[in-house]
Design a protein. Structure first.
Length: 368
């Protein structure tokens, strides 16, 4: 089976450096929030090229919840996001005690549609979470304009878009805060759970450092009610290795995506949008096709791990089907979920595998 993602291939391709990093931590005798976490935070900030601060946390969901809390929102405040995202985005909003409101996506980019976003703003709205889904940057210029003219905070969910860019500027450097998951399948993936928040404001970064560890100040007095969401040293050491290779690994993803584009271009399929002004992180290669079930079955029957991202938009999951504001008016989201199909893509995927997958897609069209 060609999997749609392969974290063990990523480990194998950086094995020597990762093994050394792990050994270094084991020998150090210091396993949680130490030198490796501090170094990773500094390197992650530097990677974003400006005067940023980074705070390592336990996972990408906590990164969202803690970011919203660091902004000082009040219970019940509304946060607008897309329903076309990982459930985690919405779980993070709820975990922090805020109310998710759903806006629709732009069918071309599959990211938050600025017009729909504008239509969801009410007196209760306090923040927006644009999700750079599948590695595709959102229209951050329009979103920031809407946010600034309505006095709203912006937390970019960059969990699927590490190192993507818009006109030479990395995603994560547009909003007030940016959150990243480092789950093993992500473009910057640990060997377990991990997450990080990026922000330009040192006070918010300090607040996040307190919130991630029981709300403690330097004297270990809890000055806020916090949580335990610490990043451990082993994961930070692995992430330091992976960060060094992130640009090269993302380039490999884009080259493989180019191959898919070339081989599938002539078929009646919608391929991922690519813009010359942006650098797509190509976390997932998602195509669209009416009645995609037959094609998905054909690929799976032939050893190809075609899958769905996702099988449901968040508002259609049982737990979230209880009338969230905006959920009844998401035509582009609903349409996308009838058509989406994810093809395998990860930096170590062989070009021959792309050939095989493309041949099977062609074979299915020839048969039908
Ligand atoms: C868009 C998005 N946001 C947030 C998360 C949450 O990350 P984690 O699984 O590390 O909590 C993920 C990961 O699945 C994601 O894809």
């Amino acid at each position: 089976m060609i999997p749609f993602s392969d974290p063990s291939a990523s480990y194998q391709s950086h094995k020597d450096e990762i093994d050394q990093a792990i050994r270094r931590v084991l020998d150090s005798g210091w396993y949680v929030l130490g030198h490796e976490v501090e170094s990773f935070e500094q390197e992650f900030s530097d990677f974003h090229g400006h005067d940023f601060h980074s705070v390592g946390v336990a996972n990408g969901t906590d990164a969202i919840a803690l970011s919203l809390r660091a902004l000082g929102l009040k219970e019940g405040d509304e946060v607008i996001t897309a329903s076309h995202t990982a459930v985690a985005t919405v779980a993070g909003i709820e975990q922090a005690g805020y109310r998710p409101v759903f806006a629709d996506i732009d069918p071309l980019t599959r990211c938050l549609c600025p017009q729909s976003l504008q239509s969801r703003i009410s007196d209760r709205t306090k923040a927006i979470i644009p999700v750079h889904i599948f590695g595709q940057p959102c229209d951050m210029n329009s979103i920031m304009e809407i946010a600034r003219s309505n006095d709203l905070w912006v937390v970019e969910d960059c969990s699927q878009a590490h190192a993507a860019e818009i006109e030479g500027k990395k995603v994560g450097s547009f909003g007030d805060l940016a959150t990243f998951s480092c789950y093993p399948t992500k473009n910057l993936g640990a060997l377990g759970d991990g997450g990080v928040v990026l922000c330009p404001d040192p006070e918010k970064a300090e607040r996040l450092r307190q919130l991630r560890q029981y709300g403690w100040d330097n004297e270990r007095e809890s000055i806020h009610s916090g949580v335990n969401s610490r990043l451990d040293e082993l994961q930070a050491a692995v992430l330091r290795v992976k960060l060094k290779h992130l640009d090269i690994d993302n380039n490999k993803r884009r080259q493989l995506a180019d191959l898919y584009d070339e081989r599938l271009r002539d078929l009646p399929l919608t391929l991922p949008h690519r813009s010359a002004k942006e650098i797509h992180a190509m976390h997932l290669y998602v195509i669209e096709r009416e009645n995609r079930e037959g094609l998905m079955k054909h690929l799976r029957d032939n050893g190809i791990g075609a899958s769905l991202h996702y099988h449901l938009p968040v508002h259609r999951h049982q737990a979230y089907s209880g009338g969230f504001h905006g959920a009844d008016d998401l035509p582009n989201t609903e349409a996308f979920y009838q058509r989406n199909l994810t093809l395998p893509l990860f930096p170590e995927l062989e070009k021959e595998s792309i050939e095989k997958i493309a041949n099977e897609v062609h074979a299915w069209f020839e048969r039908t």
